[in-house]
Write a protein that binds this ligand. Structure first.
Ligand code: CMC
Length: 389
């Protein structure tokens, strides 16, 4: 009740109180449950961070072992679910299939859909975290015409995801070990980001007491858009376009600055960060480390570095406080690992899953939570008559 104010994109509206993630966009600070992202990136693992984000505290070694074992024990997909994935068109976008598969988990695990039952919610939490990498790898293998692989629960979460995706991963070569660590780090950096579009979507859907699966499936669809998680794919496509036009960074930036062109510099800008995105700093360092190992210099990474340097020296970008965001450098790493661009946003979803779950669970226990129901300012016709005058 009270005065309704217009706030497009909810830029100034706090819809909830939350204890999960702290962001100071002016200072470029990001913390999960109070821990700076840089410390978690340096010392932690994705499973540890997932537990932290969802349960509020870092796990002790016994809790981490149990969590990891539960996830590994539930990684396999039932035959009916594999058959369903195999029936989807092979050339569909993996994000469309991922959202669909997550939604159908409410059908395959119908005894875990009640948001009022804590045990069911805990079970759904484990099932989602355990199966999302298996689903993602299955979708990828189908898209490249290779038989999907079963999980191997003797391997770690991230290592097994890369093995199910690429098959040949031995875990023994130095590059493989670096890729496993890089993937783990990228997942940590994506684990939560407070009320971003997909997480807000998960909360809105969950506020009607829809199931965790239905809410997360909606989150996957929100993430798919190019202004959100789809930006990592869009960045790579942009870099390829610039490369194919002879690497002319200046004329691309001129096009971006011309509002008529409706072209944005993908991977730049953020609703909250008006400074360098701290995740982007970490990812840029990681990209340099990985691409240094390659025999040939990476043309797209070089292009991205040049694009960043030029943009950050240009008043168009500095006046508007547009800096590289999380998506600017992640794609070049995924590409070096061998992922096609269509899988990039799926990787973002794997990372963001603990955040979606944590927010849905926090809202579920929040006594102040109400069904999400924004207001509007009506600008249509005043009353008119069907029968005319
Ligand atoms: N390239 C060129 N101009 C831009 C860009 C960009 N990437 N981002 C914002 N601007 C301009 C915009 O045109 C506007 O200019 P003016 O004031 O002259 O009209 C001004 O900066 C403010 O932009 P806005 O659209 O009001 O900002 P927003 O907070 O609504 O949008 C954003 C945030 C992330 C959607 C936007 O910056 C964008 O479209 N970036 C490119 C897509 C991208 O990289 N998305 C990933 C976001 S981070 C991770 C994630 O969510 O997945």
């Amino acid at each position: 009740t009270g005065k309704v104010t217009l706030d497009p994109g909810f830029a100034n509206t706090a819809a909830c109180q939350s204890k999960i993630t702290y962001i100071d966009g002016e200072a470029g600070i990001l913390r999960y449950r109070g821990y700076p992202i840089e410390e978690l990136a340096a010392h932690s693992s994705f499973l540890e961070v997932s537990y932290l984000v969802i349960h509020g505290e870092l796990p002790d070694s016994g809790q981490l072992k149990e969590f990891s074992e539960q996830l590994r024990a539930n990684a396999a997909l039932p035959a009916e679910m594999r058959a369903m994935l195999d029936a989807f068109p092979r050339d569909a976008h993996p994000m469309t299939l991922l959202a669909s598969a997550v939604n159908t988990m409410a059908a395959f695990y119908a005894d875990t859909v009640d948001p009022k039952d804590s045990e069911q919610v805990d079970r759904a939490t484990i099932l989602l975290l355990a199966k999302l990498p298996t689903i993602a790898a299955h979708i990828y293998r189908n898209s490249v015409g290779q038989p999907p692989l079963e999980p191997d629960d003797s391997l770690g979460y991230v290592e097994d995801f890369l093995r199910m995706t690429f098959g040949g991963l031995s875990g023994e070569s130095e590059l493989d070990a670096l890729f496993v660590r890089a993937m783990d780090l990228l997942l940590i950096l994506h684990a939560d980001h407070e009320q971003n579009c997909s997480t807000a979507t998960v909360r809105v859907v969950g506020s009607s007491q829809a199931s965790l699966y239905g809410s997360v499936s909606a989150g996957v669809n929100a993430l798919f858009g190019p202004l959100h998680g789809g930006a990592n794919q869009a960045v790579l496509e942009m870099l390829e376009e610039i490369r194919d036009l002879g690497g002319d960074v200046d004329s691309y930036l001129a096009k971006v600055k011309d509002k008529e062109s409706k072209t944005r510099l993908m991977g730049f800008g953020h609703r909250v960060y008006k400074n360098y995105d701290p995740r982007s700093k970490e990812i840029k360092g990681l990209a340099a480390q990985i691409l240094d190992r390659q025999a040939e210099p990476d043309e797209l990474f070089e292009l991205a570095l040049r694009l960043e340097a030029k943009a950050l020296a240009d008043p168009y970008f500095t006046d508007r406080k547009l800096y590289p965001n999380v998506d600017f450098y992640s794609g070049v790493i995924y590409r070096a690992m061998g992922f096609p661009t269509s899988m990039f946003t799926v990787l973002f979803a794997l990372g963001r899953l603990p955040g979606w779950i944590a927010h849905w669970r926090e809202q579920r226990l929040d006594p102040a939570a109400r069904i999400a129901r924004p207001r509007q300012l009506y600008t249509g016709h005043a009353k008119r008559s069907y029968s005319g005058s």
